[in-house]
Design a protein around this ligand. Structure first.
Ligand code: ATP
Ligand code: MG
Length: 183
């Protein structure tokens, strides 16, 4: 799964709309402490369906919305849009006519999040499954945050198996089987 662009607005320190073009190959984000490097990675994690405010380094999911500075007032809406290449047509049914998928998540203070794929309102679950199936979900070991390496090293074999399953892209299948069994 190739990411092609990331557009952010009102999210954490990215108050003004910022668009990053993601070229094939390796991308590095460099800059001084506090410039927003981790916030960028969190924007990626968030648009893929992260539900834990704690993992976004906040107490409440509304904390991802730009909270204001001495010079600029707080915002009430944060938006992140991730463009994903779909030339290989691996998107779920209904979205496979598109060369590119635009996955968008928007949060309004006090009202929670909504998700869209190419403008069409979808469930959080649809977005989470899309990335889980492609092994790049919000909890995928492909996204290794500060401190997670120690956790992986110290985890029990069963916990490590879950990480390997995420990496292998079969978490989505387990999750669907679990849903089917509940029905
Ligand atoms: P380091 O090199 O230390 O890891 P970094 O480049 O990863 O730094 P971040 O952690 O991404 O930096 O950014 C931290 C900055 O983001 C802080 O200045 C913090 O005040 C700001 N920030 C975080 N959340 C918000 C928010 N909701 N509203 C406004 N600013 C925010
Ligand atoms: Mg950082």
């Amino acid at each position: 799964m190739q990411f092609v662009k990331l557009r952010i607005s009102g999210f954490k320190s990215f108050v003004d709309q910022t668009e990053l073009v993601i070229e094939p190959g390796m991308t590095g984000i460099v800059g001084p402490n506090g410039c927003g490097k981790s916030n960028l990675v969190e924007a990626l994690r968030w648009v893929m369906g992260e539900t834990s405010a704690k993992k976004m380094r906040g107490d409440d999911m509304d904390d991802v919305i730009f909270g204001g500075t001495d010079k600029r007032p707080a915002r009430n809406i944060a938006e992140v849009c991730l463009g994903v290449d779909n030339a290989s047509r691996t998107a779920p049914a209904g979205f496979n006519d598109f060369d590119e998928l635009d996955i968008q998540r928007r949060i309004e203070r006090g009202s929670g999040s909504d998700y869209r794929i190419n403008g069409k309102l979808v469930r959080a679950r649809d977005v989470q499954l899309l990335f889980a199936d492609n092994a790049s979900g919000a909890n995928s070991p492909a996204l290794v945050s500060q401190g997670r390496i120690g956790t992986i090293i110290n985890s029990k074999p069963t916990e490590r198996r879950v990480l390997l399953e995420e990496a292998a892209g079969i978490t989505g299948l387990h999750s669907r089987r679990h849903e089917a069994e509940l029905r």
